[in-house]
Design a protein. Sequence first.
Length: 191
Amino acid sequence: MAIFASNYIGKGKKGKRQNDMGTIRREEIEFSRMLDSVKGIILKVCHAFSGRERTETEDLYQEIVADLWQGQHTFRGESDVKTWVYKVAVNRALMRRRQQHDSDIVLVPIDGKLADRLADEPEDKQIKLLYELIERLTDEEKTIIFLYIDRLKTSQIALATGKSESAVRQIISRTKIKLRMLYEKEKENDR
């Protein structure tokens, strides 16, 4: 998939990007299209790692978009763009969790209606409970279970997380068991 093919257009003899406004504009348009197609993925990662707090979610979203913009030249098309976005998003979320840092952040307007809808508590009680249970998982478990919920193949999850496919399968299996146990415990507490 050549979403970022324009990165290589307009390079001079020394490999530096020429200041061609047409090329830059084309790159921005392609990036914007890609971003629209993966916005839901980014928001899911943000919610998983920000405790669903709106300001934290928005800040993390902006940092992820900045990382995607700055790192778009690293995407070689060897994997699906969604896998690459997950990897960038999860790495940023984990890095942010480890340490807050000051950096120049490219601000990208977030669709307020979409953010409000996702930031609000889900209306379906089962989905609400699932998100609450997922919040109790470790960062690694959250990452992998969200990728699994989004129906990524084991090979894509392995690529996004840097783990082997067998390790991913084991983590998914253990996480499902853990979620079932947490669910049963929650049901007992409600009685």
